[in-house]
Design a protein around this ligand. Sequence first.
Ligand code: HGY
Ligand code: MN
Ligand code: MN
Length: 418
Amino acid sequence: MTPVAPADGPPHTSTSFHEMWADLKPIGRDPDSGGYRRYAWTRADQDCRAWFKAQAESRGLTYELDRNGNQWAWQGDPLAGDAVVTGSHLDSVPLGGAFDGPLGVVSSFAALDELRHREVEFAKPLAITNFGDEEGARFGLACVGSRLAAGQLTAAKAHELRDADGVSLPRAMEAAGYDPSAIGPDPERLARIGAFVELHVEQGRALDVTGDPVGIASAIWPHGRWRFDFHGEANHAGTTRLDDRRDPMLTYAETVVAARREARLAGALATFAKVSVEPNGVNAIPSLVRGWLDSRAADQDTLDRVIAGIEQAARENAARSGIDLRITRESFTPVVEFEHALRDELAKLLREEHGDIPVLGTGAGHDAGILSASVPTAMLFVRNPTGISHSPAEYAAEDDCVAGVIALADVLEGLACT
Ligand code: HGY
Ligand code: MN
Ligand code: MN
């Protein structure tokens, strides 16, 4: 849903935002649902990357592609150090919304346009980034680009990542024209960052409830992804007695119900949203059912308790049903508490123009969360009136998007300019 140009807001800012938004909108968009398929190293991802490079070059910024395929657009000397960096990601979940990721990248370029319009003097280098493969939709691991850069994913482990067709991450990068031979930690690059600020559409309704267009992040819940492999016995659906079956679909179904029960008891979140069945025939009892669990909680102890409860229920049912169960943790991000000094600096920089900005936690993972272990990071959220995300229905009003750009520009001016 493309926001219409707003009645208010600085005309140059909303025009710049609107033009970039319209440019990006058709890339990877599914015409039936309006959702996006922008998976790492696919054609759509390439087209998003080409868009990023064109935006950087059209502004005379120094464009860089780092060893892990993350894109950087620099105003000032990339080697000077103490840089203020802003940006987000351009990839999506399957049939994801238009705002999750792209809002942060488009707003970063629009905020730079706004700073140039204000004719500010930059005292530090400023960079805009597109971190690759944040959603992990193709290879299953979230935040691959920022994890590699931060040394939270080794090159060896990255080489083991496979998509559903068995294509490895390095082969996918090569097929997209990128050299994967140098993927791995990039401490020198991160050492040149003084602060990273990511603007992101809110994935919840907290700002809609408070009536604020913009918020500041306090923390990210610990969260992870676990793959449950339920191995049973293939057989004929029309001739095999119920007592003679070893049907993995039943144990999978019991585990899905157990996940909801454990999450509700603990006040946490647990979701089975992806499943694969072999051989996936309507009249063939499956030999294997694979289910992927996404679970999140406000603290690590609660998350551990939920996972333990789900695992126990799955193993007990598997034992009763003659199912062989294997559980693999595929992705995990510990709790992130954004640095208080930078968080409070953002609140101070925004107070004069925008009043007291709400500070709110989130269950959604972000590159800023990964980078927070290496550099001072902060996040700005833009109001999402329905809170819906990871869906074609994801939306933010353009007035709020422009308010986000102005807030980001105010923050970047306070952090990077005299
Ligand atoms: O799953 C998440 O929280 C994020 O969208 N990668
Ligand atoms: Mn997302
Ligand atoms: Mn995101």
